[in-house]
Design a protein around this ligand. Sequence first.
Ligand code: NAD
Ligand code: TYD
Length: 340
Amino acid sequence: MNTILVTGGAGFIGANFVYYMLENHPDTRVICVDCLTYAGNMSTLAKAMADPRFTFYKQDIRDRAGINAIFDREKPDAVVNFAAESHVDRSIEEPELFVQTNVLGAQVMMDACLAHGNIRFHQVSTDEVYGDLPLDRPDLLFTEDTPLHASSPYSASKASADLLTMAYYRTYGLAATISRCSNNYGPYQFPEKLIPLMIANALADKPLPVYGQGLNVRDWLYVEDHCKAIDLVLQKGQIGRVYNIGGHNEMRNIDIVKLICAQLGKPESLITYVTDRKGHDLRYAIDPARIHAELGWLPETAFADGIRKTVQWYLDNRPWWEQIVSGEYRNYYERMYANR
Ligand code: NAD
Ligand code: TYD
């Protein structure tokens, strides 16, 4: 049986990937390594915990000895590194943590792969490593050859990990690939991020805090399409290669927030324009031509369907996010949004 080790599997995309792999690869064991930061949630993995093909380790990826012990014991055939600090606003508050987890943690994972016989390593990265594109040049898209030009401590830490991954491939021959995906949305996304935050606030009739004028553009992809793309890169991707993942679905923030209001039957008067994010990237847009041409990947979920499913998921799973927004998250929210 094939064994795949997934880091960050108690977070949003990692958990969706765990379920994707368990469902689509009946001969695969999934080992999850996650230290359960504020963003990690065992209730997300409750169903997986009941599956004999799934094993969970509460483990920090920065801890070499702990990681090596798991490799010795589980002997993974492949590693997919999702574990990261993932929120731009938090990176502006606490950049050092982002360097530690996103760069040094990734290095520990790569070293463990090399030390255990050059295990196949996939680094989950982001389109944010390319910086941003102008709003008035819709013809420009990020390709894999676009120079790295990160704007936030978050994106700089992800870009650093990408550079290290490519250096490990070139120097040590690490069997590595990288994928750079656009903004994801779907079930189990932590409510600090745009879409779940707006859904949770709207349902509570709270203000919907739109940064600046809400004109920034993101290229949204349904999380399951991302999982499928990573699986393909893992199976068929060329070693040493970067693959962009995105769905040609550019939307302005304000239009997303209005759509959520409409779906929930809430008034747009809840929308409140607040002080802009520092260094706020204007526009992200991915050119996914390579992954389409080489691996045959195309997104399958249209945004209209994906956002409807996502809103419905948050309606159907209130305990999951209500537990989060009623806890420590309240302090974060107060810190980030009061007097903004
Ligand atoms: P998330 O914040 O929801 O989850 C991150 C997970 O990593 C959590 O379970 C957390 O407990 C775990 N983690 C954090 N630090 C750790 C450490 N030191 N050791 C072990 N586990 C640790 O993040 P997400 O949105 O699911 O993103 C997952 C990955 O995908 C990240 O690498 C992110 O950069 C990348 N990505 C995210 C998006 C997006 O739209 N969310 C888009 C492109 C790429
Ligand atoms: P976010 O979900 O944090 O993802 P990223 O910054 O990685 O793209 O934010 C998406 C967009 O929504 C971004 O342009 C910032 C904006 N935004 C708001 O306007 N208000 C909010 O409360 C949040 C969290 C984000």
